[in-house]
Structures are given as C-alpha cells and as structure tokens.
Design a protein around this ligand. Structure first.
Ligand SMILES: C[S@@+](CC[C@H](N)C(=O)[O-])C[C@H]1O[C@@H](n2cnc3c(N)ncnc32)[C@H](O)[C@@H]1O
Length: 221
C-alpha cells in the first residue's frame, strides 16, 4: 500500500524551526514542579535490553512482545484514563514479569530518565493535533524530542508509525534537521510492512484499509 512522504511545506518548516529555536525543556517541565511524577519501575531498569512504548494505549504491543522476548524489559506509558485502565487490567489478568506499565504523562517521566537507557523507543499512532494552534504538541515540535534521542543507547532505535503522512513528514524533517539532534540515521521511511496490527490503532487501520507509514531511526553506535 502506498504512503506518500513528501517533505513538509515551507510554512511548516518555518514553524518547526521557530519552535526549536525558542524551546527550553527545563522551562517546559516547570508545569510539573508540584506534581508527583510516577517512578519507572526498578525491575524494568534492571533488564539489560529495554523497550519503551510511548502512548501505548491498551498495551497490545508490549503484551505481545513481552513473551516473545522474555529477556527484554518492556515499559508502556499512557496518560489516558480509559486506555490506561484497560492496560492495568491486562497486566493484572495476564501478568508477564518483563512487561511494565505506567499510567502517566510520558513527558515528565521520560525527562527524568538518564541518557543511553533504551534499546527501542516506539511511538505508535500519536495524536496528530491537527489544528495549527495545537501543533506545538506534535513530537516534531516538542522540546522533549532531542531528549528522546538522548535516551537511546548508541545503536538504539526509534520507531514511529502514523496514518498521517504530514505528521511523519514533519517528524522525519525534525529528526534530520533539528539543531540538537545528531548522530541519527534514517533506517526506514515508508509504508508499514505489517499485515497484523501491532497495536489497537494499527489493527483498526489495517481492517479499514487506511494507509499507514512508519519511520525508523538508529542512533549511531
Ligand atoms: C491514538 S492513541 C494510540 C494508542 C496506541 N499507541 C495504539 O497505536 O493503539 C494515542 C495515545 O497516546 C496517549 N498519549 C498522548 N500523549 C501522551 C503523553 N504525553 N504521555 C502518555 N500518553 C500519551 C493517549 O492517551 C492515547 O492513548
């Protein structure tokens, strides 16, 4: 199935570059200064190979991968109450010793983690935040993006999938042009190569024949 990945238009590029120029992660994080940030389970950090799924929804990906890779730790983070509730139910009903979940906003949680921690970071079908007034919430615009790359170990991978071509085009542009992101190679940029959905949203899109795309990046070893 085709999935167009054209570069962002000039107005989007200008908006991205303006956002990167003035962003300050520490200042952004002050909104959580009086909140209790959930801690990443120590048992997850004790695994040598660590995978984190941001916005994991009901946790289909971490639950399917956990038993296949019993020596790897999987952490899913989702802030939505309904999906995170289903996620917790799954964890209780089908416990898997290497699968962990946090019902939390991933931004302060991930910002609190040290660099070179993750082997794989996945973002499946992020909210596209279509209106321009909300675009600062897209990952390509977000002050956390360079830190997401820092969280990868050398040789670690970042995977993002979306049904929104514009979203992936912006993300690709950010990963290859952001002044604070370096040492990242594009490994794949194109249509998803899946027939069975890895996540709840991907399953739905495959069933409805909605074209979806994927980007994969590797941090230089
Ligand atoms: C469109 S859903 C996709 C869910 C899942 N990845 C899938 O593919 O089925 C986007 C999810 O991201 C979660 N999310 C968005 N921003 C988040 C954040 N900052 N921290 C944690 N979860 C977030 C939402 O709660 C929602 O469950």
């Amino acid at each position: 199935m085709m999935f167009p990945l054209n570069p962002p238009d000039a107005a989007s590029i200008e908006a991205l570059e303006k956002a990167w120029h003035r962003q300050d992660l520490n200042r952004y994080l002050t909104r959580w200064r009086t909140s209790k940030i959930p801690e990443v389970p120590l048992a997850f950090l004790n695994f040598d190979v660590r995978v984190c799924d941001i916005g994991c929804g009901i946790g289909k990906f971490i639950h399917s991968q956990g038993p296949i890779h019993p020596d790897w730790g999987f952490l899913g983070i989702d802030k939505g109450s309904v999906r995170a509730g289903k996620l917790q139910n799954r964890l209780t009903n089908l416990p898997c010793p290497n699968v962990f979940a946090l019902h939390a906003n991933a931004i302060p949680v991930l910002a609190s983690l040290p660099p070179n921690l993750l082997d794989l970071l996945t973002i499946f079908y992020p909210n596209p935040w279509w209106p321009n007034k909300h675009r600062q919430k897209r990952w390509a615009f977000h002050p956390l993006l360079p830190h997401l790359v820092r969280l990868l170990k050398p040789g670690g991978m970042l995977l993002i999938a979306s049904n929104e071509a514009f979203y992936l085009a912006e993300f690709l542009y950010a990963m290859t042009h952001h002044p604070s992101i370096e040492k990242v190679q594009v490994v794949y940029a194109g249509p998803i190569e899946e027939t069975v959905g890895r996540t709840h949203f991907e399953t739905k899109f495959l069933q409805q024949n909605v074209p979806c795309g994927e980007l994969r990046f590797r941090k230089d070893p």
